[in-house]
Design a protein around this ligand. Structure first.
Ligand SMILES: Nc1ncnc2c1ncn2[C@@H]1O[C@H](COP(=O)(O)OP(=O)(O)OP(=O)(O)O)[C@@H](O)[C@H]1O
Ligand SMILES: [Mg+2]
Length: 273
Protein backbone atom coordinates (compact mmCIF):
# COMPACT_ATOMS: atom_id res chain seq x y z
CA UNK A 1 0.00 0.00 0.00
CA UNK A 2 3.04 2.27 0.20
CA UNK A 3 4.73 4.40 -2.45
CA UNK A 4 1.82 5.86 -4.26
CA UNK A 5 1.91 9.00 -6.37
CA UNK A 6 -0.41 10.54 -8.93
CA UNK A 7 -1.00 8.64 -12.17
CA UNK A 8 0.56 9.88 -15.37
CA UNK A 9 -0.97 9.63 -18.81
CA UNK A 10 2.08 7.77 -20.14
CA UNK A 11 1.33 4.89 -17.80
CA UNK A 12 -1.77 4.13 -19.85
CA UNK A 13 0.45 2.53 -22.45
CA UNK A 14 2.10 -0.79 -21.81
CA UNK A 15 5.18 -2.38 -23.32
CA UNK A 16 3.06 -3.51 -26.25
CA UNK A 17 3.10 0.09 -27.49
CA UNK A 18 6.54 -0.64 -28.88
CA UNK A 19 5.20 -3.32 -31.22
CA UNK A 20 2.87 -1.01 -33.21
CA UNK A 21 -0.02 1.40 -32.90
CA UNK A 22 -3.04 0.80 -30.72
CA UNK A 23 -6.07 -1.01 -32.08
CA UNK A 24 -8.26 1.49 -30.25
CA UNK A 25 -7.28 4.76 -28.68
CA UNK A 26 -9.67 6.34 -26.21
CA UNK A 27 -8.99 9.92 -25.20
CA UNK A 28 -10.61 12.02 -22.52
CA UNK A 29 -13.99 10.32 -22.45
CA UNK A 30 -16.42 11.89 -20.02
CA UNK A 31 -20.03 11.11 -19.23
CA UNK A 32 -22.20 13.06 -16.81
CA UNK A 33 -25.58 12.08 -15.47
CA UNK A 34 -27.11 15.25 -14.07
CA UNK A 35 -24.32 16.72 -12.03
CA UNK A 36 -22.60 13.37 -11.45
CA UNK A 37 -19.52 12.46 -13.47
CA UNK A 38 -19.82 8.72 -14.15
CA UNK A 39 -16.65 9.01 -16.29
CA UNK A 40 -14.26 11.92 -16.03
CA UNK A 41 -11.61 12.39 -18.73
CA UNK A 42 -10.85 8.69 -19.17
CA UNK A 43 -8.13 7.59 -21.61
CA UNK A 44 -6.89 4.14 -22.56
CA UNK A 45 -5.11 2.45 -25.46
CA UNK A 46 -5.79 -1.17 -26.34
CA UNK A 47 -3.36 -2.93 -28.62
CA UNK A 48 -3.98 -5.77 -31.07
CA UNK A 49 -3.70 -9.14 -29.41
CA UNK A 50 -3.96 -7.72 -25.92
CA UNK A 51 -6.20 -8.62 -22.99
CA UNK A 52 -7.00 -5.71 -20.69
CA UNK A 53 -8.82 -6.23 -17.42
CA UNK A 54 -10.77 -3.23 -16.17
CA UNK A 55 -11.13 -3.23 -12.39
CA UNK A 56 -12.43 -0.90 -9.71
CA UNK A 57 -14.96 -0.70 -6.93
CA UNK A 58 -18.71 -0.68 -7.44
CA UNK A 59 -19.72 2.56 -9.11
CA UNK A 60 -16.16 3.33 -10.29
CA UNK A 61 -17.43 3.87 -13.84
CA UNK A 62 -16.35 0.64 -15.58
CA UNK A 63 -19.67 -0.23 -17.21
CA UNK A 64 -20.22 3.38 -18.30
CA UNK A 65 -16.78 3.32 -19.95
CA UNK A 66 -17.43 0.16 -21.96
CA UNK A 67 -20.92 1.34 -22.87
CA UNK A 68 -19.33 4.40 -24.50
CA UNK A 69 -16.90 2.21 -26.45
CA UNK A 70 -19.67 -0.12 -27.55
CA UNK A 71 -21.99 2.65 -28.75
CA UNK A 72 -24.63 2.14 -26.05
CA UNK A 73 -23.99 5.46 -24.25
CA UNK A 74 -22.96 8.72 -25.97
CA UNK A 75 -20.01 10.43 -24.26
CA UNK A 76 -20.43 13.99 -23.05
CA UNK A 77 -16.95 14.66 -24.47
CA UNK A 78 -13.81 12.87 -25.64
CA UNK A 79 -12.79 10.87 -28.69
CA UNK A 80 -12.32 7.30 -29.89
CA UNK A 81 -9.94 6.31 -32.69
CA UNK A 82 -9.73 2.91 -34.33
CA UNK A 83 -6.36 2.12 -35.91
CA UNK A 84 -5.55 5.83 -35.94
CA UNK A 85 -8.82 7.11 -37.45
CA UNK A 86 -11.39 8.96 -35.32
CA UNK A 87 -14.80 7.29 -35.22
CA UNK A 88 -18.26 8.19 -33.93
CA UNK A 89 -19.94 5.51 -31.85
CA UNK A 90 -23.59 6.46 -31.91
CA UNK A 91 -24.99 2.94 -31.74
CA UNK A 92 -23.92 -0.68 -31.21
CA UNK A 93 -24.09 -1.01 -35.00
CA UNK A 94 -21.41 1.68 -35.32
CA UNK A 95 -19.25 -0.26 -32.87
CA UNK A 96 -19.86 -3.48 -34.81
CA UNK A 97 -18.92 -1.78 -38.08
CA UNK A 98 -15.64 -0.82 -36.38
CA UNK A 99 -14.92 -4.38 -35.27
CA UNK A 100 -16.08 -3.99 -31.65
CA UNK A 101 -18.48 -6.51 -30.15
CA UNK A 102 -19.79 -6.64 -26.61
CA UNK A 103 -20.79 -9.81 -24.85
CA UNK A 104 -23.53 -8.70 -22.48
CA UNK A 105 -24.18 -10.43 -19.22
CA UNK A 106 -27.43 -12.00 -20.47
CA UNK A 107 -25.41 -13.16 -23.53
CA UNK A 108 -28.41 -12.38 -25.77
CA UNK A 109 -29.06 -16.10 -26.21
CA UNK A 110 -32.50 -17.64 -26.76
CA UNK A 111 -32.79 -20.31 -24.08
CA UNK A 112 -35.03 -22.69 -26.00
CA UNK A 113 -32.88 -22.64 -29.15
CA UNK A 114 -30.02 -25.10 -29.54
CA UNK A 115 -26.37 -24.10 -29.96
CA UNK A 116 -26.26 -23.61 -33.73
CA UNK A 117 -29.67 -21.93 -33.81
CA UNK A 118 -28.29 -19.36 -31.39
CA UNK A 119 -25.03 -18.91 -33.25
CA UNK A 120 -26.70 -18.39 -36.62
CA UNK A 121 -29.74 -16.52 -35.29
CA UNK A 122 -30.63 -13.74 -37.75
CA UNK A 123 -28.09 -14.92 -40.33
CA UNK A 124 -29.23 -18.48 -40.96
CA UNK A 125 -27.52 -20.32 -43.80
CA UNK A 126 -29.78 -21.49 -46.58
CA UNK A 127 -29.49 -23.85 -49.50
CA UNK A 128 -31.45 -24.49 -52.65
CA UNK A 129 -31.95 -28.02 -53.88
CA UNK A 130 -32.65 -28.35 -57.63
CA UNK A 131 -33.62 -24.64 -57.83
CA UNK A 132 -36.42 -25.10 -55.32
CA UNK A 133 -37.45 -22.61 -52.61
CA UNK A 134 -34.47 -22.13 -50.28
CA UNK A 135 -34.50 -24.04 -47.03
CA UNK A 136 -32.34 -23.82 -43.92
CA UNK A 137 -29.00 -25.57 -44.33
CA UNK A 138 -28.90 -27.31 -40.94
CA UNK A 139 -26.01 -29.58 -41.91
CA UNK A 140 -23.77 -26.66 -42.88
CA UNK A 141 -24.67 -24.66 -39.75
CA UNK A 142 -23.84 -27.71 -37.66
CA UNK A 143 -20.54 -28.20 -39.45
CA UNK A 144 -19.59 -24.51 -39.03
CA UNK A 145 -20.57 -24.63 -35.36
CA UNK A 146 -18.26 -27.60 -34.72
CA UNK A 147 -15.52 -25.71 -36.58
CA UNK A 148 -16.02 -22.57 -34.44
CA UNK A 149 -15.67 -24.56 -31.22
CA UNK A 150 -12.57 -26.23 -32.62
CA UNK A 151 -11.15 -22.77 -33.38
CA UNK A 152 -11.82 -21.81 -29.78
CA UNK A 153 -10.06 -24.99 -28.66
CA UNK A 154 -13.15 -26.06 -26.74
CA UNK A 155 -15.14 -29.25 -26.62
CA UNK A 156 -18.29 -28.86 -28.69
CA UNK A 157 -21.34 -29.02 -26.44
CA UNK A 158 -24.27 -31.26 -27.29
CA UNK A 159 -25.67 -29.52 -30.35
CA UNK A 160 -29.12 -30.99 -29.91
CA UNK A 161 -29.65 -29.47 -26.47
CA UNK A 162 -31.41 -26.18 -25.86
CA UNK A 163 -28.79 -23.74 -24.56
CA UNK A 164 -30.63 -23.40 -21.24
CA UNK A 165 -29.37 -26.95 -20.51
CA UNK A 166 -25.72 -25.90 -20.94
CA UNK A 167 -23.38 -24.78 -18.18
CA UNK A 168 -22.67 -21.07 -17.71
CA UNK A 169 -19.20 -21.49 -19.20
CA UNK A 170 -20.55 -23.29 -22.25
CA UNK A 171 -23.14 -20.56 -22.72
CA UNK A 172 -20.35 -17.99 -22.68
CA UNK A 173 -18.61 -20.02 -25.39
CA UNK A 174 -21.80 -20.00 -27.50
CA UNK A 175 -22.01 -16.22 -27.08
CA UNK A 176 -18.39 -15.84 -28.18
CA UNK A 177 -18.72 -18.28 -31.09
CA UNK A 178 -21.60 -16.14 -32.32
CA UNK A 179 -19.40 -13.02 -32.27
CA UNK A 180 -16.67 -14.80 -34.23
CA UNK A 181 -18.96 -14.94 -37.27
CA UNK A 182 -18.46 -11.18 -37.59
CA UNK A 183 -15.85 -10.92 -40.32
CA UNK A 184 -14.06 -7.79 -39.12
CA UNK A 185 -14.02 -8.49 -35.40
CA UNK A 186 -11.11 -6.83 -33.56
CA UNK A 187 -12.13 -6.16 -29.96
CA UNK A 188 -14.38 -8.24 -27.72
CA UNK A 189 -15.72 -6.54 -24.60
CA UNK A 190 -17.00 -8.61 -21.70
CA UNK A 191 -18.72 -7.16 -18.60
CA UNK A 192 -18.10 -9.55 -15.70
CA UNK A 193 -18.34 -12.81 -17.68
CA UNK A 194 -17.39 -14.94 -14.66
CA UNK A 195 -19.66 -13.19 -12.16
CA UNK A 196 -22.23 -15.97 -11.87
CA UNK A 197 -19.95 -18.92 -12.67
CA UNK A 198 -18.47 -21.68 -10.53
CA UNK A 199 -14.77 -22.54 -10.37
CA UNK A 200 -14.70 -24.97 -13.29
CA UNK A 201 -16.87 -22.78 -15.50
CA UNK A 202 -14.76 -19.72 -14.76
CA UNK A 203 -11.70 -21.74 -15.78
CA UNK A 204 -13.40 -22.40 -19.12
CA UNK A 205 -13.96 -18.68 -19.65
CA UNK A 206 -10.32 -17.90 -18.74
CA UNK A 207 -9.29 -20.49 -21.35
CA UNK A 208 -11.68 -18.96 -23.85
CA UNK A 209 -10.18 -15.50 -23.40
CA UNK A 210 -6.67 -16.91 -23.86
CA UNK A 211 -7.78 -18.57 -27.12
CA UNK A 212 -9.23 -15.29 -28.34
CA UNK A 213 -5.90 -13.59 -27.73
CA UNK A 214 -4.06 -16.43 -29.51
CA UNK A 215 -6.33 -15.86 -32.49
CA UNK A 216 -5.28 -12.20 -32.59
CA UNK A 217 -8.29 -10.51 -31.01
CA UNK A 218 -8.11 -7.86 -28.32
CA UNK A 219 -10.24 -8.38 -25.24
CA UNK A 220 -11.46 -5.86 -22.66
CA UNK A 221 -12.89 -7.62 -19.65
CA UNK A 222 -14.44 -6.18 -16.50
CA UNK A 223 -13.96 -8.37 -13.45
CA UNK A 224 -14.11 -8.05 -9.67
CA UNK A 225 -12.11 -11.24 -9.21
CA UNK A 226 -8.40 -10.38 -9.10
CA UNK A 227 -7.37 -14.04 -9.34
CA UNK A 228 -9.10 -14.25 -12.72
CA UNK A 229 -7.68 -10.88 -13.69
CA UNK A 230 -4.13 -12.04 -12.98
CA UNK A 231 -4.73 -15.23 -14.96
CA UNK A 232 -5.95 -13.58 -18.16
CA UNK A 233 -4.81 -9.97 -18.39
CA UNK A 234 -1.74 -8.56 -20.10
CA UNK A 235 -2.52 -5.21 -18.51
CA UNK A 236 -4.78 -4.18 -15.68
CA UNK A 237 -6.60 -0.84 -15.93
CA UNK A 238 -7.91 0.57 -12.67
CA UNK A 239 -10.77 3.05 -12.31
CA UNK A 240 -11.94 4.96 -9.27
CA UNK A 241 -14.64 7.63 -8.92
CA UNK A 242 -15.08 7.86 -12.68
CA UNK A 243 -11.37 8.43 -13.35
CA UNK A 244 -8.70 6.15 -14.81
CA UNK A 245 -6.10 5.62 -12.12
CA UNK A 246 -3.71 3.93 -14.55
CA UNK A 247 -3.09 0.81 -16.61
CA UNK A 248 -0.26 -1.44 -15.43
CA UNK A 249 1.43 -4.49 -16.86
CA UNK A 250 0.32 -7.62 -15.09
CA UNK A 251 3.87 -8.94 -14.80
CA UNK A 252 5.05 -5.82 -12.99
CA UNK A 253 2.52 -5.84 -10.18
CA UNK A 254 1.36 -7.98 -7.30
CA UNK A 255 -2.18 -8.57 -6.20
CA UNK A 256 -1.77 -6.03 -3.35
CA UNK A 257 -0.47 -3.34 -5.72
CA UNK A 258 -3.71 -3.50 -7.69
CA UNK A 259 -5.80 -3.46 -4.50
CA UNK A 260 -3.84 -0.38 -3.47
CA UNK A 261 -4.67 1.37 -6.76
CA UNK A 262 -8.35 0.44 -6.43
CA UNK A 263 -8.56 1.69 -2.85
CA UNK A 264 -6.26 4.74 -2.93
CA UNK A 265 -6.99 5.75 -6.51
CA UNK A 266 -3.36 6.48 -7.18
CA UNK A 267 -0.68 4.96 -9.38
CA UNK A 268 2.12 3.05 -7.72
CA UNK A 269 5.35 4.99 -7.57
CA UNK A 270 7.37 2.02 -8.83
CA UNK A 271 5.38 2.09 -12.10
CA UNK A 272 5.59 5.78 -12.82
CA UNK A 273 8.54 6.64 -15.05
N1 LIG B 1 -27.97 5.65 -16.52
C1 LIG B 1 -27.46 6.22 -15.42
N2 LIG B 1 -28.09 7.25 -14.82
C2 LIG B 1 -27.59 7.86 -13.74
N3 LIG B 1 -26.43 7.48 -13.13
C3 LIG B 1 -25.76 6.46 -13.68
C4 LIG B 1 -26.23 5.77 -14.84
N4 LIG B 1 -25.34 4.79 -15.15
C5 LIG B 1 -24.37 4.85 -14.22
N5 LIG B 1 -24.61 5.84 -13.34
C6 LIG B 1 -23.78 6.20 -12.21
O1 LIG B 1 -22.46 6.35 -12.66
C7 LIG B 1 -21.52 5.77 -11.74
C8 LIG B 1 -20.69 4.70 -12.42
O2 LIG B 1 -21.53 3.61 -12.71
P1 LIG B 1 -21.04 2.30 -13.48
O3 LIG B 1 -22.22 1.43 -13.66
O4 LIG B 1 -20.30 2.72 -14.68
O5 LIG B 1 -20.03 1.69 -12.40
P2 LIG B 1 -19.30 0.26 -12.38
O6 LIG B 1 -17.85 0.53 -12.15
O7 LIG B 1 -19.68 -0.52 -13.59
O8 LIG B 1 -19.91 -0.41 -11.07
P3 LIG B 1 -20.20 -1.98 -10.73
O9 LIG B 1 -18.89 -2.59 -10.38
O10 LIG B 1 -21.10 -1.87 -9.54
O11 LIG B 1 -20.88 -2.59 -11.92
C9 LIG B 1 -22.35 5.26 -10.56
O12 LIG B 1 -22.35 6.23 -9.56
C10 LIG B 1 -23.72 5.08 -11.15
O13 LIG B 1 -24.71 5.27 -10.18
MG1 LIG C 1 -20.71 -2.37 -13.90
Amino acid sequence: MQHVVQAQASALQGASAASGGPMISIRGLSKSYGGHKANDNVSLDIFPNEVIALVGDNGAGKSTFIKMISGVVRPTSGSISIEGAKVEMTSPNDARANGIETLHQNLSLVDVFNVQENIFMGRELQRRVFGMVPSLDHAEMRRRTVELFKQLGLKTPDLNKAVRALSGGQRQAVGIARLLLESDLKLIIMDEPMAALGVEESRLVVELIMRLRERGYSVLIISHNLDHVFQVADRIAVMKNGRMVGAVERDKVEHDDVVSMIVCGRMLEKLVS
